[in-house]
Every structure is written in C-alpha cells, then in structure tokens.
Design a protein around this ligand. Structure first.
Ligand SMILES: Cc1cc2nc3c(=O)[nH]c(=O)nc-3n(C[C@H](O)[C@H](O)[C@H](O)COP(=O)(O)OP(=O)(O)OC[C@H]3O[C@@H](n4cnc5c(N)ncnc54)[C@H](O)[C@@H]3O)c2cc1C
Length: 524
C-alpha cells in the first residue's frame, strides 16, 4: 500500500466510490476506508439467509442512475469492470383486494390498456402524462446531475420550455394533488402512489416528483445489476483499484485530523491514521461528522443545519430464501414479476403519513414492495429457488421508542407476510427456507449513514433539497473546514441509487484542482 495519498475517502457507498473512481482516473492517489467488512453501503449483496442465495441487502432497483452521465455516457466503462443490467418486464404489478390488478409493462400501449381496464379516461391520462413528462424530464435530470449552482437553475430552464409555467406550478404541488387531478379511478390512483418507493409524505407540498416516478420506470424499467445490487459497487471498486487506488475495509473513521484549521486526514477506531495531501472526502452522516472535529471549526450556521436535519420516512425489510416466487392470479393464469407492490387504496397512501408521524407500525393493510430478483436473474439463487425481499413502510420512531423494534420485529415481519399471502397464497411456510429481518433500527445499526433509519440519510422535504442539502451555504460539497468535502445522500440530489451526489462531488473537487470532469473522462 502506498504511504502517501492525495485523497482519503471516508465510507464506501456507491456515491463516494463514484467520487473516488473519477479522482483515481484523474491520476490522484486515493484511499477509501469502509467501516463494514464489504464496500457498498446500500448497494450491496450478500448471502443473508443460506449459502447460494444472493440477497440485495438494501437497494435492488437502480432506476435513478441510468440518467447519470456516468452510465448514460459510459464515462467509466463500468461494463468492462463487470457491470451488466437486466431490465425486467413486466416492470411492476399491483394486485388489489377486490381481485383486480394493474400491471405496468415496458410496452406503453399495453400499460395504457391496463389503466383503461378501470377507466378509459385514465388510460388516456397515463399516455398524456408520459408525453408531458418526457418533455421536461431532461431538464430535471440536468438539475440532479449538476452540482448546485453549476448551470442554470430549474426555473430558468423551465422559462425556455413551452409548458414551463405549468411545470413550475406542478412541481410545487403535492404528489397527491397531481395524482388525484390526473386520474379518476381509485385503483389507478393507488397504483401511481404505491408503485414508487414513496419515501415522501404524499400530501406534503413539493412532493410532486414522486408522482412522476412510475413514468420514469415506463422508459427504464426497474433495472437490476446481474448478479446482485452489489455488482455496481464491486465494479466501481475495480475501477478504483485499476487506477492504483486502495480500498481498506473494517476501518471505521472516528475523527478528522485537523492541522492549522485544515482537514489533513482521518483517524480510525483501531487507532490507524491516514493523511491526505489534497483533501478528505466524507460520506459519513453529517450528524456524526460534526462530532469528529472541534465545534468552533464548523460555524454556527452549519451546526444549526445539522441540528435541524430531519430523518424523513423509513423502511423495514425482510429477506426470504424460498422454493417459489410470489404468484399472483391474473386473467388466464398466474404472474410472477420481479417487482410488485401492495397499496390497497389511495387513502392508504395518505394514511401512511399519519402512521409515520404517530409512530404506528401498520400491520392491518401495510403498503409493501415485494422484490424477487431471481425471477429475472437465476444467478441469485440455486436452480429453481428464489430470493424474495418484502419492504414495508414503517416508522423508526415507534410510540414506545425505536428500541421497541427489537421486541416486535418478527411479529411485524410475520404480519407483512400474512398480508402478502392474501394476494400471493402460494408463499406458505413450507416454501420458505430461511429469512432475516431488518427494522429501521437495524438499518441504522448496520450503516450509521442510515441515520434514524432513513435509507436516504434524511428526508427530501423543501427544507432539505437542492441548495438546502445538507444546508444552505454548503450544498456544493465543500464543508466549512478547508480540505474536507462531503458526498453521499446527505448532499444534492439526495438518496436512492442515482450516483448524483458522487459524480457532482467529483465535478466540484476536480474544478477546485484546476481541471474538469470532462478532461478526466476523455483522458486516454
Ligand atoms: C431496504 C432498503 C431498500 C432500498 N431500495 C432501494 C432501491 O430499490 N432503489 C434505490 O434507488 N434505492 C434504494 N434504497 C436506498 C439506497 O440504498 C440509498 O439511498 C443509497 O444506497 C445511499 O447511497 P450512499 O452512497 O449515499 O450511502 P450509503 O450506501 O449509505 O453508504 C455509506 C457508506 O459509508 C460507510 N460509513 C458510514 N460511516 C462511516 C464511518 N464513520 N467510517 C467508515 N465508513 C463509514 C457505511 O458503512 C456505508 O458503506 C433502499 C434502502 C434500503 C434500506
């Protein structure tokens, strides 16, 4: 291992690995320190249940990253480092308690026909919504995949769009307003609200973008890396190592080394110290980062931004090794999709906000996402077997406090499974070989970046997006302490597998070094 590094990167989620990969490709000596035994954070696969069953520990669907120039323009040639995507079709399936169902297919006409089963008007509305969204989606992508303040702000971009004024209003509305004004039928509304990971309270202002996620999926499906979610981060790690970077695991960073007011390295919990000649790049949660250097170095406004940071909505995940995939009854037989979900009514989507805010883990009619990657990717399980993940929307902060999750976790997982069996009755106990359960509290224990269970590192309400992420004045990845940059989901454009925070941080750092990401990408 080299003794000297230009950059020390603290934490190895997909975002910080992306930053490190661009820096390593630029020729800088990079050291990545990950606290866990394997890299990847929320983009990781493991034999969680039994040997041969490859489970995605957190994320499975890599929708957001396909619009990132990293993949769109193949900037790091990740294919050559082993990354390959599968684009499931059907994209998403939702059965309803009255026996009906709505399936999203990659074929637009087929999906419109599914909406039209419930309402001819809604079939037309879906087609119209897609056409309108496609015209504005490149502008939204431009905002996500540019650092804050680099390039024109959204309102200026919209001013040049023929429907710009309409979109300015739409984006400030709630997801609920968009969906209820566009669709008349309850099934169509429930599908549109339940099919994305609605980690946004759908009644809140400026949550409109959540309403457009299903349309995104219409174009890109819900892509899965072949072999497991972790294949993305494994490929990024290979890029770093191919460019002489070093990655060390089981290295929890617990202090920043400060000299003359500048961050010059980090110290790990095992006492090891690593110095960075250029800078430290962190993906440590801001709530923990502030405790790693003296308070006076951060400044009052930064500390206030950390104090007022909110976790947002949280997830609960159970992984199963099974002998069958979920089987849903459809006209003419059964359907076993990769992605399916339960949202019994549009009112249930509204009620979720109340459940979160009142600390209630709803087990009567929970909203669930069910992911069975092995249907499209047989490498995930032994021949004829399957991996199933049931993701539920449950609060971290229970009425009895978060520690109560340790008491009720199995009971809640059982209730979620029981509810799923109403729609997929084949998943009886004899089909389940083994399982694991991760409550919002477990997700935080597993990865401290999931602060208070938030798998997006924090909510995405108006006070925590864009120039406010992580807080006003510090959205450009440069932290108040010179020599320290921040990336990861606490920075713009936030959580999910988008790689946006990672590439945006690289853009800023490379600019500060007097070069550019374009120069690095085109470097021979
Ligand atoms: C159950 C579940 C399902 C999800 N499903 C999806 C999905 O299908 N699609 C999607 O787009 N998103 C999904 N997400 C969200 C997504 O996984 C995250 O938003 C995303 O992975 C965040 O990436 P990141 O790079 O910002 O940080 P993280 O992935 O959180 O990585 C941070 C890394 O830093 C390490 N670290 C933290 N502190 C330290 C320290 N002090 N020292 C050393 N290392 C440290 C952590 O161990 C971790 O490896 C899901 C999340 C969960 C929990």
């Amino acid at each position: 291992m080299p003794e000297q590094f230009d950059f020390v990167v603290a934490g190895a989620g997909h975002n910080s690995l992306i930053t490190a990969a661009y820096l390593a490709k630029a020729g800088y000596r990079c050291l990545v320190l990950e606290g866990r035994p394997i890299v990847g954070g929320g983009v990781k696969s493991a034999h969680l249940t039994l040997k041969g069953f490859v489970h995605d520990v957190c994320s499975s669907a890599h929708n957001g990253i396909h619009g990132n120039p990293l993949l769109r323009n193949n900037e790091l040639n990740l294919g050559e480092y082993g990354l390959e995507y599968i684009y499931p079709d059907p994209v998403f399936h939702m059965p309803f308690p009255d026996g009906s169902y709505l399936t999203q297919w990659r074929d637009l006409d087929r999906t419109c026909a599914e909406f039209a089963k419930f309402s001819k008007k809604d079939g037309e509305a879906y087609r119209r919504m897609i056409a309108e969204y496609e015209s504005v989606s490149p502008l939204l992508g431009q905002i996500s995949f540019s650092p804050v303040g680099f390039g024109k702000p959204l309102n200026e971009l919209l001013a040049a769009h023929p429907q710009g004024k309409i979109w300015q209003r739409r984006l400030a509305m709630s997801a609920w307003e968009i969906i209820s004004e566009t669709f008349e039928d309850a099934h169509c509304r429930a599908f549109m609200l339940g099919c994305p990971y609605s980690l946004q309270p759908v009644l809140d202002p400026a949550t409109a973008r959540a309403a457009y996620i299903p349309l995104h999926q219409q174009r890109e499906s819900r892509p899965l890396p072949k072999g497991g979610s972790g294949e993305l981060t494994a490929a990024l790690a290979r890029v770093i190592e191919a460019h002489q970077g070093t990655i060390l695991v089981n290295k929890w960073v617990n202090a920043l080394i400060i000299e003359n007011g500048r961050c010059v390295g980090v110290e790990c919990s095992d006492g090891s110290k690593y110095r960075a000649d250029k800078a430290v790049v962190s993906t440590i949660h801001i709530k923990q980062l502030v405790d790693m250097a003296p308070a006076e170095l951060w400044g009052e406004d930064f500390l206030d931004g950390v104090k007022t940071w909110e976790a947002g909505l949280t997830l609960f995940a159970a992984n199963y090794a099974t002998t069958e995939p979920p089987k849903y009854k459809v006209d003419g037989g059964e359907l076993s999709p990769v992605h399916s979900g339960l949202m019994v009514s549009p009112e249930r989507a509204m009620q979720m906000t109340v459940d979160y805010r009142s600390g209630n883990a709803n087990t009567e009619d929970p909203s669930l996402h069910v992911i069975c990657c092995s249907v499209a990717d047989p490498t995930r399980a032994p021949a004829g077997m399957h991996t199933i993940k049931i993701v539920a929307y449950h609060p971290y902060q229970l009425k009895e406090g978060p520690a109560h999750w340790d008491v009720i976790k199995e009971q809640v997982a059982q209730a979620n499974l029981k509810f799923l069996r109403r729609f997929s009755p084949n998943l009886t106990d004899d089909k389940i070989l083994a399982h694991t359960v991760e409550t919002p509290l477990d997700l935080e224990r597993m990865n401290p970046h999931n602060w208070h269970g938030s798998c997006h590192a924090g909510g995405s309400g108006p006070s925590q997006v864009g120039a406010m992420r992580p807080m006003p004045g510090y959205a450009q990845h440069r932290m108040p302490i010179p020599g320290l940059y921040q990336t990861g989901a606490t920075t713009h454009p936030g959580g999910s597998v988008t790689g946006g925070p990672g590439r945006n941080a690289a853009v800023v750092i490379l600019k500060d070094l007097g070069t550019s990401i374009e120069a690095v990408v085109h470097k021979a």
